[in-house]
Design a protein around this ligand. Structure first.
Ligand code: SF4
Length: 169
């Protein structure tokens, strides 16, 4: 039966002429082979927007580990948040990072998909004048050169590469 579905009764181009079931097939009898079975509709893609921040302090960058029970659990990433279409990075840096003085500088945009989500990660670099106290965040300061040694999520790996390139210029 599986071979029949794979080789003969394919959804887009059923080969009714060679089908062993053609005598009993209701779809064929009713001339509905184009419509039966109805193909499952693909789930609509959902766009999501994130702001991420590479906070640099004396050659170190702040990274966080993703908690268990979420996608990419255990991987590392830069602090990031899902944001609304009208969000401003400076306002987020002030509210979530308590970095009101430092102006986030655009680093790069990474588009990536996870299942039906089309994610746009907009990355910014922040170089605070004083060592920031990121009391609201759990994470670690890591020497920039060691970013290559930890497992980052694919999107944040791309951002890390851009960060390193920008830092070497
Ligand atoms: S006869 Fe029916 S079961 Fe056979 S290939 Fe055509 S539609 Fe499929």
């Amino acid at each position: 039966m599986m071979e029949l579905g794979a080789l003969v009764c394919t959804p887009r181009n059923p080969r009714c002429d060679v089908c062993p079931l053609k005598g009993r097939c209701v779809a064929r009898k009713e001339n509905k082979t184009e419509r039966i079975p109805a193909l499952a509709k693909r789930a609509a893609a959902i766009k999501r927007r994130f702001f991420g921040f590479a906070i640099l302090w004396r050659g170190n960058v702040f990274v966080q580990r993703r908690p268990s029970g979420v996608v990419n659990a255990g991987y590392w990433e830069f602090p990031n948040w899902e944001v609304a279409a009208d969000a401003e990075p400076a306002a987020l840096a002030k509210g979530n990072l308590s970095l009101g003085q430092a102006e986030p500088a655009p680093l790069c945009v990474v588009n990536h998909s996870i299942t039906r989500y089309r994610n746009r990660l907009e990355m910014f670099v922040i170089r605070p004048a004083r060592k920031p106290h990121l009391a609201k965040l759990e994470g670690e300061w890591l020497p920039l050169a060691k970013l290559d040694e930890i497992p980052l999520t694919a999107a944040h790996r791309k951002a890390a590469t851009r960060l390193r390139d920008a830092d070497e210029r």
